[in-house]
Design a protein around this ligand. Sequence first.
Ligand code: ADP
Ligand code: MG
Length: 242
Amino acid sequence: MAAIQLKDVVKRYGTGKHELQVIHGVNADIADREFIVVVGPSGCGKSTLLRMVAGLEEISGGEIRIGDRVVNDLEPAERDIAMVFQNYALYPHMSVFDNMAYGLKIKKMPPAEIRQRVDKAAGILELSHLLDRKPRQLSGGQRQRVAMGRAIVRQPQVFLFDEPLSNLDAKLRAQTRLEIQKLHRELGITSLFVTHDQVEAMTLAQRMIVMNAGNMEQFGTPEEVYHRPASTFVASFIGSPP
Ligand code: ADP
Ligand code: MG
């Protein structure tokens, strides 16, 4: 596992008169094994921040550290992270096992180790009895768990989640939330979880980063953010008592 440090992280899109700064210098020290939720309204820069940690988006200023490495110039594959998206696409023609094993096969991992990693992840996600099925033979919740399994088998240092629950109905969302909490309890992988949903943030976060228009308004536990909001924005967004 690894700690994550964000130091004066800045992001600008475009150049010249089309330049637009969307992240204005974010600072955060995230501890090893912590579960952090990044929350804020649509367009405030949550995905951009996450994609910079993932290496999917270049950083325009500042520094990102994962563990003891500055990762600014590292490719996503070199960063030891796994990302779970909102629109997870499983390979329809492949079994659950092969969907979960795919990324490891590409890395030419020995089949015995692949088998061991997939079996372990399937156990945690309660998918062991479904490994031979195709995605179309699964429920929505099971498919979501296969998508998480694909991330787990890589045994990453860091998990990044970009609104993985927002396309699910309320029941499945609550269920998957519990699943993610269980996963974090069992594996203790440092996680950054992005959502625009305050309730989701309050239930999942050990600490939360509240963003507004590219600024980090507050970084604290749900209790701190709720009872001692750092700004009127935070108070109204979280719905703190007046
Ligand atoms: P969120 O995930 O919080 O909804 P985003 O990180 O997706 O917010 O977007 C933050 C801001 O950056 C928005 O104003 C969005 O329009 C802008 N933005 C995102 N991606 C790009 C891009 N590739 N080019 C230009 N602007 C972008
Ligand atoms: Mg987003």
